[in-house]
Design a protein around this ligand. Structure first.
Ligand SMILES: Nc1ncnc2c1ncn2[C@@H]1O[C@H](COP(=O)(O)OP(=O)(O)OP(=O)(O)O)[C@@H](O)[C@H]1O
Length: 241
């Protein structure tokens, strides 16, 4: 088995055709080692979301290879890709994406139910406990704070023990202290449980929790900082947010 949860080799993704063609990713090669936390930063339009979508198998590159848990997703058929994504990829979003009519517990187990699996109740309980939601299992999203909703989404993403967890601006809708708690949870998933996390963020404070920070510009990785401070990240961004 490779040490990399996800490996991109010369990935190019172009949108549009002719005069309106935009190269969102240009020959990007990057490895996300197992058990590490990577932040992805860069100006608006630099290709961060495209990188996340190609790395998670949601989008197919025009050329290059994307390996998740050693399997090249660009060579899989739709059904095989759906299974790989279901079993190996967890995703959380800025907007939480919970089902409003379901309780916290029901939201966490929904993907397993859709996959016709019966999740072990003791594992669901343990996960909800780990993300600090003990006693809130029967609450619906509207009865939970934003930070609590994001914790439900994290528990949902981790339930299937995915190879990698992708987070797209996970703290973007949260106040600073709630955001810190969510980041601490992602950090713990990496440190205590060996989870691999890849997170897109505009926030240098959030990125400073990662092991390494990738900087994208015009569809290319132009810099990588290991364990940078928020100040170093801010300086690298040139004061831009
Ligand atoms: N579906 C699409 N059709 C056409 N162009 C697209 C599409 N998705 C992205 N692009 C273009 O590709 C480039 C990269 O977009 P992407 O969303 O990956 O950037 P980003 O860094 O995530 O930006 P932001 O920080 O604003 O979310 C941009 O120029 C964007 O306009």
């Amino acid at each position: 088995m490779s040490d990399h949860a996800v490996l991109l080799e010369e990935v190019t993704r172009t949108y549009g055709k002719g005069g309106t063609e935009v190269a969102a990713l240009r020959q990007v090669s990057v490895a996300f080692p197992r058990g590490t936390f990577t932040a992805v930063m860069g100006p608006s339009g630099s290709g961060k979301s495209t990188l996340l979508q190609c790395s998670s198998g949601l989008d197919r590159p025009d050329s290059g290879a994307v390996r998740i848990a050693g399997q090249d997703v660009t060579r899989l058929r739709e059904k095989e890709l759906a299974v790989l994504r279901r079993d190996q990829v967890g995703v959380i979003f800025q907007a939480f994406n919970l089902v409003p009519s379901l309780t916290a517990w029901q939201n966490v187990i929904l993907p397993s139910r859709l996959a016709r699996r019966r999740p072990d109740p003791s594992r669901v309980r343990e996960l909800l406990h780990r993300v600090g939601l003990e006693g809130r299992e029967r609450h619906r999203p509207a009865q939970l704070s934003g930070g609590q909703q994001q914790r439900v989404a994290i528990a949902r993403a981790l339930l299937g023990r995915p190879e990698v967890l992708f987070a797209d601006e996970p703290t973007g809708a949260l106040d600073r202290s709630t955001g810190h708690e969510v980041l601490a949870l992602l950090r713990e998933a990496v440190d205590a449980f060996g989870q691999t996390v890849v997170m897109v963020t505009h926030d240098p404070q959030a990125a400073a929790r990662a092991d390494s920070v990738l900087f994208l510009t015009d569809g290319q990785i132009v810099d990588v900082l290991d364990r940078p401070s928020a100040d170093q990240i801010g300086m690298r961004l040139g004061g831009r947010r």
